[in-house]
Design a protein around this ligand. Structure first.
Ligand code: ACM
Length: 272
């Protein structure tokens, strides 16, 4: 399977320009699956809920979603793309998976980062997994990396590949994803953006690039530069994610001990 990323610097507020760039990139990629950054249709640093609303899309009928699905249909490429999903009076930081058949899946970001909490409703769809030819895939978005439960849930739900749109500003994620892959024996495709945003008198955000693919043994298959705008596609074999044996007698999922994990305790209940 040819899998990869399009790392780029979306223009805030210009969905048409961003989609034009995405279309060129997907045509060039000749990939089976390509991951794009978080909120890559709209840009990231919002100054009001009116801005969020104006840049949002509905599944499946919005023009931008139809255009992504059209690109998938034309190229045969599955596309995971971050966007603002509107449902009723709520807005989600979401990722859509489009394929030749149309919309193949949606994920809504569970762990919201920093000012996202002002504008978005936390995801309410869990960590669903979708079948595409040759693999089962699931999505998580950017800051979800900090919560091992996200990658764990996706893998327990059957994902071979984690599709990971991101707008990273902290320096830890790319290294942390190596551990996420080792502990779950899964592929992860992290597509980060480049560039900077400084809007409405807010502090500047500098996005860190370095999009990458990690394999189920923690091998870094590629990592792009911090500023590079480019498409990178490689051949992977998703079936190797089906092997959860870390030694001949240790299956990392069968060896889990949920009966002894104390995950009921919330932060405000901790003692000491
Ligand atoms: C992030 O979750 N966009 C850092």
């Amino acid at each position: 399977m040819r899998a990869g990323v399009f790392q780029f610097n979306p223009v805030f507020g210009d969905k048409k320009a961003n989609l034009d760039k995405i279309e060129q990139a997907v045509l060039k990629a000749e990939a089976d699956i390509i991951v794009l950054p978080e909120l890559c249709l709209s840009g990231y640093q919002f100054t009001s809920i009116d801005e969020v609303a104006a840049l949002s899309d509905k599944i499946p009928e919005s023009e931008s979603i139809k255009r992504l699905a059209g690109i998938s249909e034309k190229t045969g490429t599955y596309i995971a793309a971050g966007f603002i999903e509107q449902q009723g009076d709520k807005f989600y930081n979401a990722s859509v998976l489009t394929g030749p058949e149309g919309v193949a899946g949606v994920y809504r970001k569970v762990h919201l980062f920093f000012e996202e909490k002002e504008f978005f409703t936390p995801g309410d769809l869990g960590f669903p997994v979708f079948s595409i030819p040759g693999a089962k895939v699931g999505m998580m978005i950017c800051f979800d990396w900090l919560f091992p439960e996200a990658a764990r849930s996706l893998t327990l739900n059957g994902a071979d590949i984690i599709l990971h749109p991101a707008n990273l500003v902290l320096p830890y994620c790319q290294q942390a994803m190596i551990t996420r892959c080792i502990e779950n024996r899964v592929f992860a495709v992290t597509a980060n953006r480049t560039g900077r945003e400084k809007r409405g008198g807010k502090p500047e955000l500098k996005f860190t690039g370095e999009s990458q693919i990690v394999d189920p043994k923690g091998n870094l298959l590629f990592r792009l530069g911090k500023e590079t705008e480019s498409v990178q596609i490689i051949e992977i074999d998703p079936s190797i994610a089906g092997n959860k044996m870390i030694t001949d007698i240790n299956d990392i999922f069968m060896d889990r001990r949920p009966d002894v994990y104390t995950n009921q305790v919330q932060r405000d209940e901790r003692t000491g």
